[in-house]
Design a protein around this ligand. Structure first.
Ligand code: XIL
Length: 383
C-alpha cells in the first residue's frame, strides 16, 4: 500500500458525462502503478452528495463498516456513489491492527484503502492514539497497564511508526490523537498521560507521525468541541501551545456527535476560532441522535423529532460550508442499522441518528444535506 497521493489531480479531474458526474481522471491518477493499465472511471450521480460537494471543493465522507463493505451490495454501492472520503469505523484502531503484540493484521484496513482508491475517495486515518479499543496486552481500560512507563512510551512510538509507514501515501488526514481531554477541559489520566507524566505525549505523537509520513495532514480529534466551554477552550490552548513549539499539527477534528436532547452548539464560531490559528478543521463523526422508543430501535419517541434532526444536520453542514478551512464533512456511517448510537446511548435509549433508514433508504436528513450542497455555490471554494 504505497501509492502516490494526488489530491489535486483527483480534485480537478471531474467531468460532466451525459447527466452523470464522473471522474475523468488524469493518466497518472487513473493508472494502476502495477499494471500501468488505466482503471475504468467510476460513475456516480450528478445529484449525489459527493458530486454536489465537489463543486465547492468539500469532501463528504462516511465511516465504513468493514463487515458490510463488499458483502452488502446496496451498502457498498451507496458508499461508492455518495461519498468522496472514507474513514474506517474500527478497522484502523490499535486493538484491530495489533491484537497480538508484534503481529499486525492490516487486511480489513487495506481493503478499505483499495476500495477508496478504486472509487477516487480520500481516506481519513482513525486513530493512532486513544484510550479506547486498545489491545488487551497494552491496556484493558486505557487508564491502567501492566507495562512500565518506558515500555508504554516505546510501544506508542513503535505503533505510530508501523501504522503510518504501512499506509504512507494513502492517508489524507490522520487522527493522531483522539479525545485527550474530558468535558471539564482536564487532560484524561490515561496510560499515555501517566507514562509521560503530563500531556507531553501529544507533541511526541504528532512528531512521530510527521516523520513517518510528511505529507499526511495531522489532526487532533474530539467530541463536544462544537460547544464553546472548558473542553473546547482547553483544546484551543493545546493547539496554540503545539504551534508555539512548532509541533506539526495541521487540523482539528470536530466529531459532531449531536443530540436533539441538547441545544444546537455554536459550531461555526468554534470552527472559525480554530481556523484562525492556521488549522484546517473538519467535521469527522457527525450523527444527530434523538430519544427513541425502548422497545423499537431507531423509532423516535417524538414523531416531530426528524424535523429537529434535519435542522441540526443542515446547520452543521452549513457551518462547515461557511468556513473555508473546513475541508471535510463526515457522517459516522449512513444507515441507521449500522449506527453505533443505539448500542452506546441506551439510558435513555437514543437512535435514528443517521441519514439513511434501516433499509438504506435516504431519509429527510439526507435530503437537507443534498439541498444545502445544491445551493452552496456561493460558499468559499476550498483547496
Ligand atoms: C465507535 C464505533 O462506531 C463503534 O463501532 C465501536 O464499538 C466504538 O467506537 N468516537 C470515536 C469513534 O472517535 O472511534 C467511536 O466509534 C465513536 C466515538
Amino acid at each position: 500500500m504505497r501509492r502516490p497521493w494526488l489530491p489535486l489531480a483527483v480534485a480537478t479531474a471531474t467531468a460532466l458525462l451525459g447527466g452523470q458526474l464522473a471522474f475523468a481522471g488524469s493518466a497518472t491518477a487513473d493508472s494502476d502503478p502495477v499494471s500501468a493499465k488505466p482503471s475504468p472511471a467510476p460513475a456516480y450521480p450528478a445529484d449525489s452528495l459527493r458530486a454536489l460537494a465537489a463543486r465547492v471543493g468539500l469532501r463528504i465522507g462516511t465511516a465504513v463498516n468493514a463487515d458490510e463493505l463488499g458483502s452488502n451490495a446496496k451498502y457498498t454501492q451507496i458508499t461508492a456513489e455518495q461519498f468522496s472520503s472514507v474513514t474506517a469505523e474500527n478497522a484502523m484502531k490499535w486493538a484491530e491492527v495489533e491484537a497480538v503484540r508484534g503481529t499486525y493484521t492490516w487486511e480489513k484496513a487495506d481493503q478499505l484503502v483499495a476500495f477508496a482508491e478504486k472509487n477516487r475517495q480520500l481516506v481519513r486515518g482513525h486513530t493512532l492514539l486513544w484510550h479506547n479499543q486498545l489491545p488487551a496486552w497494552l491496556s484493558t481500560d486505557g487508564y491502567t497497564t501492566t507495562l512500565s512507563n518506558e515500555e508504554v512510551k516505546a510501544a506508542l512510538k513503535e505503533h505510530i511508526f508501523a501504522q503510518v509507514r504501512h499506509f504512507k501515501g494513502d492517508i489524507w488526514q490522520w487522527d493522531v490523537v483522539n479525545e485527550a481531554f474530558d468535558d471539564n477541559g482536564q487532560p484524561r489520566q490515561t496510560i499515555w498521560y501517566k507514562a509521560w507524566g503530563g500531556t507531553g505525549y501529544i507533541a511526541d505523537a504528532f512528531r512521530w507521525a510527521h516523520q513517518a509520513d510528511p505529507h499526511a495532514l495531522l489532526f487532533y480529534n474530539d467530541y463536544n468541541l462544537e460547544f464553546t466551554g472548558p473542553k473546547s477552550n482547553a483544546v484551543y490552548e493545546l493547539v496554540k501551545s503545539l504551534k508555539a513549539q512548532r509541533v506539526p499539527i495541521h487540523g482539528v477534528g470536530f466529531q459532531g456527535h449531536l443530540s436533539t436532547q441538547y441545544g444546537y452548539p455554536d459550531l461555526q464560531s468554534n470552527l472559525e476560532r480554530f481556523a484562525a490559528l492556521g488549522q484546517k478543521v473538519a467535521l469527522t463523526e457527525v450523527d444527530v441522535r434523538t430519544l427513541t422508543k425502548p422497545d423499537a430501535v431507531n423509532v423516535p419517541v417524538d414523531a416531530l423529532a426528524p424535523y429537529a434532526q434535519e435542522s441540526y444536520w443542515s446547520r452543521s453542514l452549513k457551518a462547515c460550508l461557511a468556513v473555508r478551512a473546513c475541508i471535510s464533512f463526515t457522517p459516522w456511517g449512513f444507515g441507521d442499522s449500522y449506527s453505533w448510537v443505539p448500542g452506546w446511548f441506551s439510558n435513555p435509549q437514543a437512535g435514528a441518528a443517521l441519514i439513511y433508514d434501516e433499509q438504506l433508504n435516504p431519509k429527510g436528513q439526507y435530503q437537507v444535506l443534498q439541498q444545502d450542497l445544491a445551493l452552496a455555490s456561493g460558499a468559499p471554494h476550498r483547496g
